[in-house]
Design a binder for this molecule. Structure first.
Ligand code: ADP
Length: 537
């Protein structure tokens, strides 16, 4: 009687779950396959139960054969379910899926012949039989289809991510629990059970059906850990409750009641803490995900910037190369005109021609700076040190800039050291460029007074000090003037066409010589002093 009640309860539960899953999405392939699968599970459960009821032999053997016949169909639908669950990678063709139905169907039909089981009889209150000729094929087929189904689920579990992965895990877990219960009970405990509860292990199938229904229904699945904890707490609570209800004396009842109530409290706390932990982890996962997204975006932006940067460098390099030739031609022709090579020139034309010459010179310096910048950027700058005289270099620069400076009404002075500086090993062009940029700035940003250049030597370094009586700078500007593209107030106000690269290049060139460059100023309107220090060896 107990056994019948159990079968009916299990079968109704399975049927209700399958019906819920089916009506959740009646058109869904998975939902339909699952429903058919559960149908065969129910047939199998009942025939399994009924074959041991004390009917007459022919009825009993009919149930035994139905039992054998339902298993291959059940397994086929299990297989069909697994390969279609979360996308079908293994056997996408419907035709092949239908063809694969043929072997289980044949074996199912053959269960009603003597090829699978025969010589059915009753012995020791349970049904007995002998295995037929095709029994090994029958077993191999069942194992094969199950193994492929489970293997497919495992692969999907490994490959999938997020919710689909958890859903697959549920199905796998449900199947494993069912298989485990069936194996343990059928292998080890069957003889200990009363005949009435023969093959109770099969009822573990409810776990598979339950877990799978849950996986089909919910998209926001609870973590498996919560379910397992709840299951664990539930089973123990049920056992304790049975104990409580079967107590014989009042003190025993009281003791068990305390035990039961404290376990309920403990269980509640346990489930709560597991849920909290999972919540934290989910929050962490969301954060990690967001971080990863930001990271990906940043990497993409960085790559884009790199590309732009490269394009910019190429553009600067090409543009400045293209500008050099015409600028050199202008310089050459204007100076020849000024020298009277093409005949005597009118006094009135001299001044504008001078101005053309000076502007052209400034443009040449800017183009040189741009070229140096692009070479520095690309790491292509050459460094060729050779012995050179700093005094010579500074003298050249003073001579080159004297005219425009004096034309502006300013003075330029060079204070040589008492004893001449020794020759030092430097890249002449680079040092020249660095000092030129500083002196040129002093000329640009001074309106009254002039520029003084002093050369001196200490124990191990030569120092060039360039002071002007010009615009000066505040603290913040002094901190930034050596940065690429930085322009301070004086720059923006007096020399709008500047690019903010002169001092950046000067600093790079000085640093190449392991030297030091820095500036001082007492403040706005109080002039500036620039220092270039180079090691003597
Ligand atoms: P640019 O002169 O093209 O702006 P630089 O890199 O040569 O670029 O100079 C950066 C900024 O430093 C200038 O814009 C200017 O404001 C400031 N500066 C440089 N030299 C002086 C100076 N002698 N006196 C005052 N300000 C200066």
């Amino acid at each position: 009687m107990l056994s019948l009640t159990l079968v009916i309860i299990i079968a109704s539960l399975c049927l209700s779950l399958a019906t819920i899953a089916f009506f959740h999405n009646p058109g869904g392939k998975i939902n339909r396959i699952f429903f058919v699968l559960v149908f065969f599970v129910i047939v199998w459960l009942f025939s399994n139960y009924l074959q041991n009821e004390p009917f007459n032999l022919s009825l009993a053997s009919l149930f035994l054969r139905t039992d054998f016949a339902s298993a291959p169909l059940l397994i086929y639908f299990f297989f069909l379910f697994t390969i279609n669950f979360q996308g079908n990678y293994l056997i996408p063709s419907t035709l092949k899926q239908v063809l694969l139905f043929i072997p289980p169907l044949i074996l199912s039909l053959l269960s009603f012949s003597d090829l699978i089981v025969n010589q059915i009889g009753f012995g020791n209150h349970i049904i007995t039989f002998k295995t037929g000729l095709l029994f090994p094929v029958y077993v191999i087929l069942l194992i094969g289809y199950t193994a492929v189904g489970c293997g497919d689920l495992l692969l999907k579990y490994k490959k999938l991510k997020g919710i689909e992965r958890i859903q697959t895990l549920y199905v796998l877990l449900g199947f494993s629990i069912s298989a485990f219960i069936a194996l343990i009970i059928n292998l080890f405990f069957q003889h200990l059970l009363p005949v009435d509860l023969f093959r109770i292990g099969n009822y573990g199938i409810l776990f598979f059906i339950g877990f799978t229904t849950y996986a089909i229904l919910r998209h926001h699945l609870l973590e498996i850990k919560v379910i397992l904890t709840e299951l664990f707490v539930g089973i123990i609570a049920l056992l304790l409750l049975t104990q409580l209800l079967t107590s014989e004396t009042f003190p025993e009842f009281l003791f068990k009641l305390i035990l039961f109530s404290s376990f309920l409290g403990f269980g509640y706390l346990l489930i709560k803490s597991v849920m909290l932990e999972i919540k934290r982890r989910e929050e962490l996962e969301t954060l990690t995900y967001q971080l990863e997204t930001v990271n990906v975006k940043l990497t993409m932006a960085y790559k884009e910037l790199e590309k732009l940067d490269k394009a910019k460098s190429e553009f600067i390099s090409i543009a400045s190369h293209q500008l050099r030739t015409p600028l050199a031609a202008i310089k050459g022709y204007v100076s020849m005109i000024l020298d009277g090579v093409y005949g005597k020139i009118d006094e009135k034309a001299k001044e504008p021609l001078d101005s053309i010459y000076q502007s052209n010179e400034r443009l040449i310096r800017l183009v040189n700076d741009l070229l140096n910048l692009s070479r520095l950027d690309a790491g292509k700058i050459k460094f060729e040190p050779a012995p050179a005289s700093l005094e010579e270099i500074v003298k050249d620069i003073v001579e080159e800039l004297r005219l425009p400076i004096e034309n502006k009404g300013l003075y330029i002075r060079m204070d040589r050291p008492k004893t001449p500086l020794p020759q030092i090993k430097i890249d002449r062009d680079h040092v020249r460029q660095a000092i030129l940029n500083i002196v040129d700035n002093a000329a640009k940003y001074t309106e009254k007074g002039g520029i003084t250049i002093e050369l001196s030597e200490t124990k191990n370094k030569a120092q060039i000090k360039i002071s002007d009586t010009g615009e000066g700078m505040d603290e913040k500007e002094l901190e930034n003037i050596f940065r690429m593209f930085y322009r301070a107030t004086a720059g923006i106000q007096f020399h709008t066409e500047g690019a903010g690269i002169g001092l950046y290049i000067a600093k790079k060139f000085v640093e190449m010589h392991k030297g030091r460059i820095y500036a001082e100023s007492k403040g706005k309107g109080k002039g500036s002093t620039f220092y270039v220090e180079l090691p003597l060896n």
